[in-house]
Design a protein around this ligand. Sequence first.
Ligand SMILES: [Zn+2]
Length: 295
Amino acid sequence: MLVTMKEILDRASEQGYAVAAPNVDNELNARACIEAAEETHAPLILDVAYRAVADLYFFGQQLRVLAQQSNVPIAINLDHGSDLSQIQKAIQAGFTSVMIDRSACPEAVNIREVSEIVKLAHAAGVSVEAEFGHVGDAQQDMQEAEAGFTDPARVKQYIDKTQIDCLAVAIGTAHGAYPCNVVPKLDLKRLVQIKEASGNFPLVLHGSSGCDIASLKEACRLGINKVNINHDLCKAAAEAVKQESFEGNRAYMIFRTAQMGLKQKLIEMIHVYGSSDKAWNIPSRGLPKTQLPQR
Ligand SMILES: [Zn+2]
C-alpha cells in the first residue's frame, strides 16, 4: 500500500530499526525491490533521483500503482531534490515524500529554503527529508568529508525551525563507489549524540554502499531509520548477469536475472537494517494485485 515516508519512519524510529531506500529508475528495478520487501514483509521507500528519470509524472504514476497493489507499506520519495520546480513536479507526479537538499548552503540559507518547501509539501500531505551537515562524494578526501559531519549541538534547532519529517546526517559515509580497499568508518558516537540531541528524531544514512555490515547494523540499531542504497544493488544485478550465459538472446531472461541479483542483495540488506517483518497492514488502502502472465 501507498503511505507517506513519515508514517514509515516514525514507527522505525520508535521501534529502533531502519527501512531500505533503494534508488529506482524503471519498472524492472522497482518491481525487484518491491518483491524483496514483500518476501521479507518489510516497509519500503522507493528513492527516485530526478535526473535518472525521463518522465517523472509517468514514472510516479507507475510507482503509485505498484505500491497500491502491494501488501507492504511503500513510500515514493524524490531523492536529492535541488529546487522548487523539482519538488512541485514530484508532488504533481504523486510522490508521497520529497528530499530537499540544501546541505551545501550556509546554515541560515539551508533553514530558510527547506522551511519554505516544508510548508508547500505538508499542505499537499507530502513528507520532507532534508540534510544537515554534508554527505560528500566517495572520491573526495576524508579530511574534507569530516569538515561536513553533522554537528549534534545544532540539530534540534534545525529540526524545530524547518519542521522536516526526517533528517539526513553526515557521519562518515559518502555517495557512490569508494576507491579500492577503502571502507568508510562510521562515527557511531556522533550518531548517538545526534539521536539524543534530536529527541529520537527519524534519521537517514546516505551513501551506504561499501560500508562494513557490522557497522551498518549497529548504526541502524543506534538511530538510523532509512538507509539509501544504490551502488551495491547495481553491482549485484550486474554480477548476476555476468555469471549466466543466455542462449537464444532472450531479453526477458537477462532482465529477470538482473532483477533476481538485485532482489537477493536487497533481501540480505533488509535483514541487516532490521526491518524484516515490520510491515503493518492497512487492508482498506490496498488494490487487488495484478496477476502477471507466467512464462
Ligand atoms: Zn544521497
